[in-house]
Design a protein around this ligand. Structure first.
Ligand code: V0D
Length: 233
């Protein structure tokens, strides 16, 4: 069905705005967003994606009000207490990209446990970008490369393919498609290197409003564009 798509990335935007529209607190939107992560991940697994990468928390999100940040820190635990058994049944593997160091110990423990519980699963890999920023990733890659040169592990020449070994996505296939919900048409520091050749598809729906059916339609739009591009070049 979606034979061309291996790796899809999503910017899950619009939770706060969706909540405000119904006179609710922003955290109400985040709470509903968690259930949507499950629905979309299950659909992605069913259509045979190898990797789904979700932008859960950016390096900029620390600037939000402290109450909102504290609320967000609990969502991985909420997610896994509700859905870990289902992820196991569906053979889905959990991973993260980004620097987990600044997260509260309790949040880190939840993440580490979920990653290790699902490590042997061989179905789709569900990657949460956590305290992730594209520029941060590139600066870390440049530093790691500089250290390898200093330590005599590499010469002072590097190709694009070699540089990709220093990125947090080194273990995943190239990103084919990036979807952003809620109408904004920007990358917002997500996967800057990886999205260089990716298809970009936008929907006006807020993240909590997206359905599995509409998600599959967005995948079809992305793979149709990718095929057409592939045929012309
Ligand atoms: C809020 C919409 C699941 C985006 C989805 C800490 C904003 C709901 C997770 C999650 C968030 C993260 C890691 C993990 C398992 C689940 C999550 C955050 C925000 C930021 F291993 N939803 N979710 N994490 N939202």
């Amino acid at each position: 069905m979606n034979q061309t798509l291996r790796h899809v990335a999503i910017i899950m935007d619009g939770n706060g705005r969706w909540a405000k529209k119904q006179q609710q607190a922003r955290t109400f939107g985040h709470f509903h967003g968690v259930d949507k992560v499950r629905e979309i991940a299950i659909a992605a697994n069913e259509v045979g994606l190898e990797v789904l990468t979700l932008y859960a928390f950016s390096t900029e999100n620390w600037k939000r009000p402290i109450e909102e940040v504290n609320y967000l820190m609990q969502l991985p635990a909420v997610f896994f207490s509700k859905f870990l058994s289902e992820l196991m049944e569906k053979n889905i593997r959990i991973q993260t990209i980004g620097d987990l160091a600044p997260f509260p110990e309790a949040t880190k423990t939840v993440l580490v446990n979920a990653i290790s519980s699902t490590a042997a699963n061989t179905g789709m890999t569900l990657v949460f970008a956590m305290n992730y920023g594209g520029r941060d990733e590139l600066v870390r890659a440049a530093k790691a490369y500089a250290e390898d040169v200093r330590d005599g592990k590499r010469t002072n020449s590097i190709t694009e393919v070699e540089f990709e070994h220093y990125l947090m996505t080194r273990d995943y296939p190239p990103v084919d498609l990036c979807i952003r919900t809620s109408g904004e048409q920007r990358l917002s520091n997500f996967l800057l290197w990886q999205l260089a050749y990716a298809e970009l598809v936008f929907t006006p729906l807020a993240w909590p409003e997206l359905t599995a059916k509409e998600f599959v339609e967005l995948l079809n739009e992305g793979s149709r564009r990718e095929r057409r591009f592939g045929g012309l070049v």
